[in-house]
Design a binder for this molecule. Structure first.
Ligand SMILES: O=C(CO)[C@H](O)[C@H](O)COP(=O)(O)O
Length: 247
């Protein structure tokens, strides 16, 4: 396709920006003989494309650990070696998307409902690298992403957990409903998702820990102190990186 088809009024469209970020992250962080965590969502698709390209062209020897059913399918469709945490509990690097990234590299994840496996895999990786388009770049959580913090819950606990979230931290928590199925979204782990629409900025490290202590909560979509670098594909066709603040 021509370059004009990729541009709209002089600015890059989000899909092209996702691809820029994904390619830069794979090119800068993936080397031969690595165990690689593969995230979920629409941005990671471009990273797996690039991974497969480099495996073909450079004869890279890598092993991939998925973070979801979708990631597993992507790995298999690209003919990449598939593994799991039983065989590879230590990863060299994990690459994943995010719904929003703040100035301190705190993330909201789970827009695709895969937050629990994503957090487990990221936590097993020496380096956790995030890829996103310019729409996810934020100073404070909630400025860009309006759907709230996803919280995976055991199904029988969804009402008490949603009441506890609203009572203790404000806002409201809503059960995420499926689109082409009647009833709620059911995760890869057979659980439900609450989207907690918070009203104001909080101490995300403390809130994350407190939410995890509510009985019935499996995991939160708050990733605090985990990301080592974020690659943003920008509207002007550049790639911007952000590292955690030093303190
Ligand atoms: O956390 C996720 C899924 O649970 C995704 O990484 C997040 O939703 C970003 O997805 P996309 O790249 O499609 O914007």
């Amino acid at each position: 396709s021509s370059s004009s088809s990729r541009r709209y009024h002089g600015t890059l469209m989000a899909e092209e920006a996702k691809k820029l970020a994904a390619y830069a992250a794979v090119d800068n962080h993936i080397q031969n003989n690595q165990v690689v965590g593969v995230g979920s969502g629409s941005t990671i698709v471009y990273a797996v494309d690039r991974l497969a390209e480099r495996v073909r062209e450079e004869k890279l020897n890598i092993v991939c650990v998925p973070t979801s059913f979708q990631a597993r399918q992507l790995i298999l469709q690209h003919g990449l070696p598939l593994s799991d945490l039983d065989r590879h509990p230590e990863l060299d690097v994990a690459i994943d998307g995010a719904d929003e990234v703040d100035a301190a590299l705190t993330l909201i994840k789970g827009g695709g409902g895969c937050l629990t496996q994503e957090k487990i895999v990221a936590g097993c990786a020496k380096h956790f690298i995030v890829i996103a388009d310019y729409r996810k770049d934020s100073k404070a959580l909630g400025q860009q992403w309006k759907k709230g913090v996803p919280v995976e819950v055991i199904p029988m606990a969804y009402v008490p957990v949603s009441r506890a979230l609203a009572r203790r931290f404000g806002g409201e928590a809503v059960l995420r409903m499926a689109v082409s199925k009647a009833g709620p979204v059911v995760t890869d782990n057979s659980n439900f998702i609450l989207d907690w629409k918070f009203e104001h900025a909080q101490n995300w490290k403390e809130v994350n820990t407190a939410i995890k202590m509510i009985p019935g909560v499996v995991e939160t979509g708050l990733f605090v102190g985990m990301a080592e670098r974020v690659y943003f594909g920008m509207e002007d066709g550049s790639v911007k990186t952000r590292d955690p603040p030093v303190n």
